[in-house]
Ligand binder design. Structure first.
Ligand SMILES: [Zn+2]
Length: 255
């Protein structure tokens, strides 16, 4: 039974029986894993506060050849969203925890099982670090969504309007939902609008680290525009993913 120790991000956990928990975690070297944490509700020595979503740390686990579930031995947290709530007001602390859970859920949707994706892990880990060290949860959210979609190669182009060919999307654009493109304000007829502030945020996101993105003050209205557009893009992207996953399952022999 091979034992592993890896840098990992905790994505989510759920109860399993009386005292155990199932833990979904993303390792740097071997992708997403599902493990059983025996006695997790009682053993603070082995798991402590290390099972909160988006906690980063060293995870020790044992793989069993015939089972999908690995056996989770220990989590030693290094960065935790719980720690990041100290010093924030109740409302701000709850917002950080909610955002951490959302980031973890996105990673869970994005990460393939048992296949390493080093760029995805590094992005998730850096965003978690920035959030936990006091970065703006909203700026980091929009930054993270942008990079997740970009890593998949599905983020719309930010400069040249595909309708008129002019490099003027920076002055304002709208999402054309049908073809998932940004169209300049002159060409757009309706659609979800992104003002100059939102477009500037996106252009800068391509060059910034998560720590820089989390430390940048961004106009609230621009963040709301980006949130609406990103949630739409993600919903479209994941729906396609989930449908293809179902088709693959249905075509699998023996199903
Ligand atoms: Zn145009």
């Amino acid at each position: 039974m091979p034992a592993h120790t890896a840098d990992a991000l905790i994505l989510r956990t759920y109860r399993y029986g009386e005292a155990d928990r199932i833990v979904v975690f993303l390792t740097e070297d071997r992708g997403k894993k599902r493990g059983i944490a025996k006695n997790a509700t009682k053993s603070r020595r082995r798991f402590g506060a290390g099972l909160e979503s988006l906690t980063r740390g060293r995870v020790s686990y044992v793989e069993r050849e015939t089972r999908d579930l690995v056996h989770l031995e220990r989590v030693e947290p290094s960065v935790s969203p719980l720690g990041a709530t100290a010093g924030r007001t109740d409302g701000a602390g709850a917002h950080v925890l909610g955002q951490a859970a959302y980031f973890a859920e996105l990673l869970d949707e994005w990460a393939p099982e048992n296949a390493a994706n080093e760029r995805l892990f590094r992005l998730g880990a850096a965003v978690a670090d920035a959030l936990c060290s006091g970065g703006s949860a909203d700026s980091l959210g929009r930054y993270f969504e942008y990079w997740l979609l970009r890593l998949e190669g599905v983020y719309p182009a930010l400069e040249v309007c595909p309708s008129c060919g002019e490099a003027r999307l920076g002055a304002g654009a709208a999402l054309s939902v049908a073809d998932r493109l940004f169209i300049c304000s002159e060409c757009a007829h309706g659609g979800m609008a992104l003002g100059p502030g939102a477009m500037a945020f996106l252009t800068q996101a391509g060059r910034r680290t998560p720590a820089q993105a989390g430390a940048t003050r961004v106009d609230r209205g621009a963040l709301r525009e980006l949130e609406a557009v990103h949630h739409r893009l993600i919903a479209m992207h994941l729906e396609k993913e989930l449908r293809s996953a179902r088709v693959v399952r249905e075509l699998r022999p023996g199903s």
